[in-house]
Design a protein around this ligand. Structure first.
Ligand SMILES: [Zn+2]
Length: 72
C-alpha cells in the first residue's frame, strides 16, 4: 500500500543543539538541501571568505528557506 515518493518527507531539524522552527510560521517540518550556494552567487554577494557550502531547510508549510552557512 505504500507508494514510493521521489522526495523524502519533511522532517524535524536540529541546528546547533536546538530544534529549528520556521521564522515565518513557527512550524517544525522542513525539506533539507545542501550545497545550493554556488560560487557565482557567493562571489556576487562577497561571500568568498566563507566556505560556500551551506545547509538549507525549506519550511514544508510556507516555503520559507532557512540558510546555514558553514564558514569556519
Ligand atoms: Zn514556515
Amino acid at each position: 500500500m505504500f507508494n514510493k515518493k521521489k522526495n523524502a518527507p519533511p522532517q524535524k531539524v536540529v541546528v546547533q543543539g536546538g530544534p529549528l522552527s520556521c521564522q515565518h510560521c513557527q512550524k517544525d517540518r522542513f525539506h533539507a538541501m545542501r550545497g545550493q550556494l554556488n560560487t557565482k552567487l557567493a562571489s556576487l554577494i562577497d561571500l568568498d571568505v566563507f566556505n560556500p557550502e551551506a545547509d538549507c531547510y525549506v519550511c514544508a508549510s510556507c516555503g520559507f528557506v532557512h540558510w546555514f552557512l558553514k564558514g569556519n
